[in-house]
Design a protein around this ligand. Structure first.
Ligand SMILES: Cc1cc2nc3c(=O)[nH]c(=O)nc-3n(C[C@H](O)[C@H](O)[C@H](O)COP(=O)(O)OP(=O)(O)OC[C@H]3O[C@@H](n4cnc5c(N)ncnc54)[C@H](O)[C@@H]3O)c2cc1C
Length: 414
């Protein structure tokens, strides 16, 4: 019997693919993990914006099999940055020509004055930003924005902390983009179900025996010697344990000691906000905010994606994992003030909202976290314990990656 911890996309993906018998333990009352949707009147709100961009046609077909074509929107991404009150297309580094003239010259001059041996000095995410883009681009957008998002010193992060999700561009691509705009990115066109991101999870869950999912059951401890999971309801023996809970929680449950400094992460507070009417921002799917005086780092517009006639936002605010989140009402008030400052809220009235905290949200990938994780995972695998998923594998990835990894594991141990 395989015990699967978590009915998010990773746990469900493994269950759907394994040939073993299985039991899924989920501490919440429904499937989805971070890929859930809430319906509030006409508003469709996810945990935070979740959009789909597939690299593997087989995974796309698998997910789409259970979703009617007319249910899925294909959206040409439109995203911008509000920088010093000006709208600049994303990514910033490809669109410096849209800046005010002096700022543009700063960025361009610094881009062409990167020392030839700059690559030799790359030791962290932050030094990589200087070495690849020069001081102007790094200090006007890439450093302030990513520091707000990750809520940590970018010097602590690995060069490759964002993997394929970081929009690299060389000088030639930047110059070409001045006239011939491509703004190419991994998600230039994305898919989004009209009833929210949970439809993708439901599609995968349709391959899982629902009688084998046990909700409101929390995995507390794991006896790795006798292969027993202790939950708040019972003790269950396993042949293989597949965990999608955060890697740090798994190590705690197994009694494995680790350096807590190594496994740091941010947490994201999300306000989903529903207004009585449409706002002035009718084009963008989401907007990035590098300005450190504004509380949020990103604001998304469900209404623009779903073509709704009332403004429906998700607002993301980053905190370090160790930080205390301020009072929710004060933060909401501050958020509304800042939304007014940047012109997103004018005369519209807020008529509905919900608040969520994603903790962890973005893990801080460092050389030591990668090395330590590798060692601990090998140790666990020797005891038939496998840690998968965005937080289980302590990495930066998409839902598609989670499904891919879950299917691969099912093949490998099946
Ligand atoms: C702000 C943000 C935006 C994102 N946007 C996108 C996007 O646009 N597109 C995209 O593809 N991906 C996106 N992602 C990534 C995506 O959310 C994750 O890759 C995916 O949801 C991870 O799924 P998972 O099953 O690995 O983990 P989770 O979704 O975290 O699921 C783990 C499950 O385990 C359960 N669990 C945990 N501990 C226990 C326990 N002790 N006992 C029992 N159950 C337990 C949890 O309740 C949960 O249901 C985004 C992530 C964030 C933070």
């Amino acid at each position: 019997m395989d015990i699967i911890i978590g009915a998010g996309i990773s746990g469900l993906g493994y269950a759907a693919a394994t040939l073993h018998d299985y039991t899924i333990i989920e501490r919440e009352d429904r499937v989805g993990g971070y890929c859930k949707t809430f319906y509030e009147g006409d508003y469709v709100w996810d945990y935070s914006g979740h959009f789909f961009h597939f690299q593997h046609p087989k995974i796309k077909d698998y997910v789409m099999e259970q979703i009617a074509e007319e249910e899925m929107l294909s959206v040409q991404k439109k995203t911008q940055i509000i920088y010093n009150g000006r709208h600049i297309d994303f990514p910033f580094q490809m669109n410096i020509h849209q800046l005010e003239k002096e700022e543009f010259i700063d960025c361009l001059y610094d881009l062409f004055n990167i020392p030839e041996d700059a690559d030799k000095n790359i030791t962290s995410f932050k030094t990589m930003l200087y070495a690849k883009f020069g001081r102007g681009i790094a200090e006007k957008f890439l450093i302030p924005y990513n520091s707000k998002l990750y809520a940590t010193d970018l010097d602590k992060l690995d060069v490759d902390a964002m993997g394929r999700f970081f929009p690299y561009a060389d000088k030639e691509q930047i110059i070409r983009n001045f006239r011939n705009t491509t703004n190419k990115s991994y998600n230039a066109t994305f898919l989004y179900p009209k009833r929210g991101c949970v439809r993708v999870v439901e599609s995968v869950a349709s391959h899982v025996d629902s009688s084998k999912i046990f909700f409101n059951e929390n995995c507390l401890k794991i006896d790795t010697e006798h292969q027993i999971v202790h939950t708040d309801k019972r003790d269950i023996h396993y042949d293989h344990l597949i965990s999608s809970m955060p890697f740090t929680h798994l190590m705690d449950a197994c009694g494995i000691e680790y350096d807590k400094e190594i496994y740091s992460c941010n947490k994201v507070m999300v306000f989903n906000l529903g207004f009585d009417s449409k706002g002035p921002e009718t084009q963008n799917n989401w907007i990035y905010f590098p300005n450190t005086n504004l509380v949020f780092y990103r604001v998304g517009f469900y209404d623009n994606i779903l073509q709704q006639n009332k403004m429906s936002l998700y607002v993301e605010i980053g905190f370090n994992h160790s930080e205390k989140i301020p009072d929710e009402q004060e933060l909401l008030q501050r958020t509304m003030e800042d939304l007014r400052k940047v012109g997103i809220v004018t005369t519209q009235k807020l008529i509905a909202h919900n608040t969520l905290v994603m903790d962890p949200a973005y893990v801080h990938i460092t050389k030591s976290s990668e090395q330590d994780k590798q060692d601990k995972m090998e140790q666990l695998a020797s005891k038939n314990i496998y840690s998968i998923g965005r937080y289980g594998a302590w990495k930066y990835c998409s839902l598609e990656d989670n499904l891919f990894d879950a299917f691969e594991l099912a093949k490998r141990i099946g």
